[in-house]
Design a binder for this molecule. Structure first.
Ligand SMILES: Cc1cc2nc3c(=O)[nH]c(=O)nc-3n(C[C@H](O)[C@H](O)[C@H](O)COP(=O)(O)OP(=O)(O)OC[C@H]3O[C@@H](n4cnc5c(N)ncnc54)[C@H](O)[C@@H]3O)c2cc1C
Length: 536
């Protein structure tokens, strides 16, 4: 990338600047046309976005006999008492219109013989309502159609290969972004001055050592908003997929739940089916129950394996070609051998707190998609509601921005000062990810959460590495809120507080300052104990 382009980037603009090239970012850019928009993406479009990996599809009550009310009721039931009911209903009601938009942008959703949208069923949905593309290709098809639409829209400029590493603000209002070229971490940061920024940077799965999310999903968008003072909602709620395939790949490939639906069983290294003792539905228990069962078996040193040798045997390759290919590439024949599995960080219910228009608590900053927290998911997400939330809120953000006049900032904001010569604390990126998995993962307890809070706070305060500092910022918010919530609810499971407590049936609203205060109080209680990294 030449200097001319870099100079062009350091500029004052009245464009709307959208950070993120997944469903939320691209849909918002398209909805804003013909207004001028600049989309910034860390990875080339089509890569580094969870959207492209979605297999199921989008939840939408479009079939005869289904209703937005029924969809909202299912969403509320799964969210364990924390779903904002008006938000869930709004989401369900707008689903049909947004699916029509996606059809208009060229997404080839599957249809039945009468030409109506074909709908599939997923766990905890009371009706068939998942619109999909060529079976399990929804994500790939959606992203391909939107990229083509974006490339054909002259009002949208795209800058690929740049990471947003800081939000610049003045008097509580956004004035711009600080970017850095991904390919050259030593390059000077670049400033884009803008008074209208939309964060659509996706989730936080890659803060964990075991995850299904791409490397770009490291919580950086959430971190830069939090560092600029934005309110963060429900960060403690992280959904884990129970059966990621453990074949040394990062991110880990998924062994879809449909395998268990076909009769595959979960066994330990003694060949024992451990889920039967834990839930009447055994392998078909709710996702978080299975994730905890798998985690506990691994933690006890017994290993966990998905055995499809009897249920599928020679039919494995034909029925599950993607999973089959992942196993064969790692030297495992799933028709004849059990597949090693572990729970993996999959989806973040929490995020930057937004209102019904996608506005954050900072003037000039909107957030959409997985980086945001609208209140739709509460303590647990209903399957296939995340793509729906991304399109519904991206459209609302575009509508909100379209109604406003946004002038370019009067002067260029300056680069944030980044500490350089301070001592590096002992946590590396790999150790941080390992600590998230072991201390802030599927099964949590107060002592380990406190240790994680102290460690992440040290990094967040001291490191001169800005990417690591942003990762530690988000990790700190997740760990501090998980420590504060002394109950088990939805995806949060505290072994030292097993009951759900009615008095805690409210959403978390927090800030980075509050998380730092929690860390300081924990250090005061335990001053002699240094932060303990775990082995990567
Ligand atoms: C394997 C898998 C399967 C899934 N299946 C489904 C499903 O069937 N149905 C469903 O509803 N949901 C599913 N989900 C969840 C869903 O895919 C995501 O929640 C959704 O795609 C998020 O969209 P997004 O636009 O918010 O983020 P993403 O699609 O993740 O896009 C984020 C973008 O931001 C960029 N970015 C990140 N940080 C920065 C930064 N600092 N600076 C610049 N750019 C940055 C990335 O490069 C990327 O372009 C699945 C997730 C996974 C991982």
């Amino acid at each position: 990338m030449g200097n001319t382009f870099k100079n062009h980037l350091t500029r004052n603009t009245d464009d709307v600047v959208i950070v993120g090239g997944g469903l939320a970012g691209l849909f918002c850019a398209l909805k804003l046309a013909p207004r001028r928009v600049t989309v910034i993406s860390a990875a080339p479009l089509g890569e580094g976005a969870s959207t492209a990996w979605a297999q199921g599809g989008i939840a939408a009550a479009v079939a005869e006999g289904d209703s937005a009310e029924a969809h909202a009721a299912d969403t509320i039931a799964v969210g364990a008492g924390l779903v904002d009911e008006a938000v869930a209903l709004g989401l369900a009601r707008e689903a049909g219109d947004r699916i029509r938009d996606l059809l208009h942008y060229g997404v080839p959703f599957d249809r039945d013989l009468e030409g109506k949208l074909a709908v599939g069923r997923e766990a905890a949905h009371s009706a068939r309502r998942i619109v999909h593309v060529r079976g399990d290709m929804a994500g790939k098809a959606i992203i391909a159609a939107l990229i083509e639409a974006v490339r054909n829209t002259p009002s949208i400029g795209v800058i690929e290969g740049y990471l947003a590493e800081a939000l610049l603000t003045e008097d509580g209002a956004v004035t711009g972004l600080q970017l850095r070229e991904v390919a050259d971490a030593t390059a000077k940061p670049i400033i884009v001055a803008s008074r209208a920024v939309v964060l659509a940077t996706g989730g936080i799965g890659h803060l964990y050592a075991v995850t299904t999310n791409p490397a770009e999903a490291r919580g950086l968008g959430l971190a830069i908003a939090a560092r600029a003072g934005a309110v963060i909602a429900d960060p403690e709620f992280v959904q884990f997929h129970p059966t990621a395939i453990m074949v040394g790949r990062d991110p880990a490939p998924l062994a879809t739940e449909a395998l268990r639906g076909e009769g595959a069983t979960l066994i330990n290294d003694q060949g024992e089916r451990f889920m039967q003792a834990l839930h009447p539905l055994a392998e078909l228990a709710p996702r978080d129950v299975v994730a905890r069962g798998v985690f506990a078996e691994i933690a006890a040193g017994h290993g966990a394996f998905l055995d499809a040798t009897i249920a599928l045997g020679p039919h494995f390759a034909e029925k599950f070609p993607t999973v089959h290919a992942s196993c064969i590439a790692a030297g495992i024949d799933p028709a004849k051998q059990p597949i090693p599995v572990a729970p993996a960080a999959h989806y973040h219910m929490g995020g930057i707190a937004v209102d019904a228009h996608g506005r954050t608590s900072l003037k000039g900053l909107w957030a959409g998609g997985e980086v945001s927290c609208t209140g739709a998911h509460g303590a647990n997400r209903l399957a296939s509601n995340s793509l729906l939330e991304a399109v519904v809120y991206a459209a609302r953000i575009a509508e909100d921005i379209a109604g406003q006049t946004i002038a370019a900032p009067s002067r260029m904001p300056t680069t944030l000062v980044i500490p350089r010569n301070c001592a590096m604390p002992p946590l590396t990126e790999a150790n941080l990810r390992a600590m998230m998995t072991s201390h802030v993962g599927v099964i949590r307890d107060g002592d380990r959460l406190a240790e994680a809070v102290r460690s992440f706070a040290d990094i967040e305060r001291d490191t001169g590495n800005i990417a690591l500092r942003n990762m530690a910022t988000t990790a700190l918010l997740v760990a501090a809120s998980a420590w504060t919530r002394r109950e088990s609810r939805g995806a949060q499971y505290r072994i030292d507080h097993l009951a759900e407590k009615p008095a805690l049936a409210h959403r978390t609203m927090t800030t980075l300052a509050a998380a730092r205060d929690i860390a300081a109080s924990l250090s005061d209680r335990n001053p002699a104990r240094p932060a303990q990294p775990v082995n990567a």
